[in-house]
Design a protein around this ligand. Sequence first.
Ligand code: ADP
Ligand code: ADP
Ligand code: ZN
Length: 220
Amino acid sequence: MNIVLLGPPGAGKGTQAKRIEKALGLVQLSTGDMLRAAVAAGTEVGLKAKAVMEAGKLVSDDILIGMIAERIGEPDCKNGFILDGFPRTVAQAEALDAMLKARGYKLDHCIEMRVDDAALVARISGRYSCKNCGAVYHDQTRPTRVAGTCDSCGSKDLLRRPDDKAETVAARLKAYHEQTAPIIPYYRDHGALRSVDGMADMDAVTGELSKLLGKPIAAV
Ligand code: ADP
Ligand code: ADP
Ligand code: ZN
């Protein structure tokens, strides 16, 4: 099963993608995580992407399309994947269609997670994650059980993203509304787009996704 999760920054894509990954044995392809890894490794892509990400803008389509084209060619994607953070422009959506077709893959589900801008600001400002395993937490809505320690792997290496500051969030929401929101009508016309109420609490959102995908998904 291949899934696209759409939604603005902070909508809960990563949180839900991790649950789906675990429950359905799919691989989560987060372009934000891939870019952050490239920045940390100081690769050519990382050097190009760093300042753009810190400014809350979108990295170029060429870079992203190349990155995903390469990634979905890897063997683990044969069992199915969840795209989290890609596509983010109509050009990326079109390129995705072409690359899926070329590999004989199809998109089984495209799900939009709807969340108000005001809630997104609160979510992004309170977000932190585990450097070791990628588990995502929130100061108010999803704190670690033991302060400073990851629930999933026990690591104490918890961090906040440099672009999760109030100043950058406004730029990211602007990029979403101007460049990413137009892919919603694209998927409405080209595929079966469905939506979930991303304002609901995390476990309720997981329940909705489980219904849409027709598979049980544990809320962990
Ligand atoms: P995205 O990948 O779409 O940017 P995340 O999954 O990282 O979003 O979630 C953003 C922040 O909001 C995280 O701190 C996460 O713990 C929190 N969060 C996710 N889903 C919900 C929800 N349904 N209700 C409240 N907070 C949430
Ligand atoms: P979010 O939590 O906002 O959904 P991500 O982790 O998906 O954030 O992305 C972080 C940043 O990485 C984005 O603000 C953007 O600069 C860059 N990025 C990630 N995916 C893409 C993409 N598909 N196209 C362009 N830029 C991207
Ligand atoms: Zn961890």
